[in-house]
Design a protein around this ligand. Structure first.
Ligand SMILES: NC(=O)c1ccc[n+]([C@@H]2O[C@H](COP(=O)([O-])OP(=O)(O)OC[C@H]3O[C@@H](n4cnc5c(N)ncnc54)[C@H](O)[C@@H]3O)[C@@H](O)[C@H]2O)c1
Length: 439
C-alpha cells in the first residue's frame, strides 16, 4: 500500500521503516531539510536499537523515501499519517499547531480521496479539529474530495521502538467508517498474523486511550516512588516491598521500580495535557495532579540526598554522573532527571563529569561547552578525580562495575544511586558510602 508519513521523529521514522519492511511503499515528509538530507545519506537522527539497518535496507530497496516536498508526499499515499510533535503549550495543554499545519498541507495538495491517520498523541476532539481544518481548506479551493480522519495512537516505547512496532500489543483505531476499518486491517495485516491485535473504537475513545495508558504508567511510577519515600522514613527497604507487591498478578512487576523520577518526551507532557483537558471541562484531576507533584518532588531527591551528605557545601565539588538519557537504550534527554540534577548541582557551584553510552552528543547539543560539565568518553574516565558517583539511568553496562577500580578512581568511595542498581550491604562491605532510593 502507498503510505505517506508526516514527521520523521521517534514515532514517524520507526513506523515508516516498519511499514516499509513488510512491503508497503512509504514516503516520509519532514520540514527539517537537514534531517531529510542526513537520512538520504544513511545518517539516522536518533538512536534506537535495530533502526539504522532497517532504515538503510528499506531506503536502498526504494520502499522508503524521504522528502521535504509536501506536495509530492500528499500525492503519494492514499493513507496520510500525521506523526508530528505535540509539545506542551504555555498552559500545559498539547500544542496542536504542527498537527493542524499538516492537516492544512494535506488539504492544500490533495487531488484524490485520502484517509488521514493521526498517530500523534492529541487531546480528545483533535480528530474533529483536523476534519474541520481539511473541510475548510478544501472548500476554499472549491475541491470536492472525500476524506476520512481516524485516530491510531502509538504505544511504542523508546529504546524498544522497532520491536514494539513489529510486534505491537495492540493496534487501537478510532473510526466509525467501515471503509477505514477495511483499509487499516489490510495495512496492519502483516502484524496481525499471530492473532488480531486491532481494537476498533470511536475516535474520541481512541484519543483518550493513549493518554489513559501513559497516565496509568506514570501513576505506577509515582506510586512506588511515594512508597519509597515512606520506606526510607519508616526503616523499610522498598526493594523488598516492590517484590512483595509485584508478585501479586493484579499489580505485576512492571513499572514499579523506584527511582529519581520519570522523564522523557511523553509521560510528563501527557500527564500535564490530560490534566489540562480535565481542567478545561471543570473536572478536578485529583490523581493526575498528585502523580505530577510526586514526580516533581522525586526529581529533587538525588540532589537533596547529595546536599544533605555534604551539609549543603557543594561549591567546588565534582560529581561523576552515569546516565544522561531519561531511560536506557535511547539518546533522548527530554525532561530527563539527569538534567534537573545537573542544573541543581551547577546552581550550587559543583561540577559534573558525565558519561552516557548514547546521549553524549545530545548533552553537547543541549548544554554546549561550559566549564562545569565535562563529557567523558568512558564510564571510568568520568569517575577520575570525582568526589562521588551519581547514577541517573540504569544502562545495563552500569550494573556490574569493578568496584575496586571505582575506589581507586574516585576521590572518596561515595555513590548516590538513583536507580537502586546495587545491593547496599555489598557496597558497605566494599567500603562505600552508598545511598539508594527508599532503602
Ligand atoms: N517518542 C515517543 O516515544 C512517542 C511514543 C508514542 C507517541 N508519541 C507521540 O507521537 C508524536 C510525535 O512524537 P516524536 O517523539 O516522534 O516527535 P519528534 O519531535 O521526535 O518528531 C517530530 C517530527 O515532526 C517534524 N515536523 C514538524 N512539523 C512538521 C510538518 N508540518 N510537516 C512535516 N514534519 C513536521 C519535526 O521536524 C520532527 O522531525 C507526539 O505527539 C508524541 O507525543 C511519541
Amino acid at each position: 500500500m502507498r503510505v505517506t508519513v508526516f514527521g520523521i521523529g521517534y514515532v514517524g521514522l520507526v513506523q515508516a521503516a516498519v511499514l516499509a519492511e513488510v512491503g508497503h511503499d512509504v514516503v516520509c515528509v519532514d520540514v527539517d531539510q537537514q534531517k531529510v538530507d542526513n537520512l538520504k545519506n544513511g545518517i539516522i537522527p536518533i538512536y534506537e536499537p535495530g533502526l539504522e539497518s532497517l532504515v538503510k535496507e528499506n531506503y536502498e530497496t526504494s520502499r522508503l523515501h524521504f522528502t521535504t516536498n509536501a506536495e509530492e508526499g500528499v500525492a503519494h499515499g492514499k493513507l496520510q499519517f500525521i506523526a508530528v510533535g505535540t509539545p506542551p503549550d504555555e498552559d500545559g495543554s498539547a500544542d496542536l499547531k504542527y498537527v493542524l499545519a499538516v492537516a492544512e498541507t494535506i488539504a492544500t495538495h490533495m487531488n484524490d480521496d485520502k484517509i488521514i491517520v493521526n498517530k500523534s498523541t492529541v487531546p480528545v476532539g483533535t480528530g474533529d479539529k483536523v476534519k474541520a481544518k481539511v473541510t475548510e481548506v478544501l472548500a476554499a479551493r472549491n475541491a470536492d474530495h472525500t476524506f476520512h480522519v481516524c485516530s491510531n495512537p502509538e504505544f511504542l516505547k523508546e529504546g524498544a521502538a522497532v520491536n514494539d512496532c513489529m510486534k505491537p500489543d495492540r493496534i487501537v483505531i478510532g473510526t466509525d467508517s467501515d471503509e477505514v476499518k477495511d483499509v487499516m486491517h489490510e495495512l496492519y495485516a502483516p502484524f496481525n498474523r499471530n492473532h488480531d491485535r486491532i481494537i476498533f473504537m470511536d475516535m474520541r475513545s481512541a484519543e483518550l486511550t493513549k493518554y489513559a495508558a501513559n497516565c496509568m504508567l506514570a501513576t505506577k511510577i509515582s506510586f512506588i516512588n511515594e512508597m519509597a519515600m515512606l520506606a526510607e522514613r519508616l526503616g523499610a527497604d522498598i526493594e523488598h516491598v516492590r517484590q512483595g507487591i509485584g508478585s501479586d498478578p493484579r499489580i505485576g512487576y512492571d513499572f514499579i521500580y523506584p527511582g529519581c523520577g520519570y522523564g522523557g518526551s511523553c509521560f510528563p507532557k501527557d500527564v500535564q495535557a490530560l490534566k489540562r483537558t480535565a481542567e478545561e471541562i471543570d473536572f478536578e484531576p485529583l490523581i493526575l495532579r498528585a502523580v505530577e507533584n510526586r514526580n516533581a518532588e522525586q526529581k529533587q531527591v538525588l540532589f537533596n540526598k547529595i546536599s544533605a551528605h555534604y551539609k549543603g557545601d557543594l561549591a567546588g565539588k565534582t560529581f561523576a554522573i552515569w546516565g544522561l538519557s531519561f531511560k536506557p537504550n535511547t539518546d533522548d534527554m527530554r525532561d530527563a532527571p539527569s538534567r534537573v540534577l545537573m542544573e541543581a548541582l551547577w546552581q550550587a557551584g559543583a561540577k559534573v563529569q558525565a558519561y552516557d553510552p548514547e546521549a553524549m552528543e545530545e548533552a553537547q547539543r543541549i548544554y554546549g561547552v561550559r566549564d562545569d560539565i565535562q563529557l567523558c568518553g568512558t564510564r571510568q574516565s568520568a569517575l577520575k578525580g570525582a568526589d562521588a558517583l551519581v547514577i541517573c539511568t540504569e544502562w545495563k553496562q552500569f550494573w556490574a562495575p569493578d568496584f575496586d577500580i571505582m575506589t581507586e578512581l574516585l576521590n572518596e568511595p561515595v555513590i548516590f544511586d538513583g536507580r537502586n542498581l546495587f545491593e547496599p550491604s555489598l557496597l558497605k562491605k566494599k567500603g562505600f558510602y552508598y545511598v539508594g532510593i527508599g532503602r
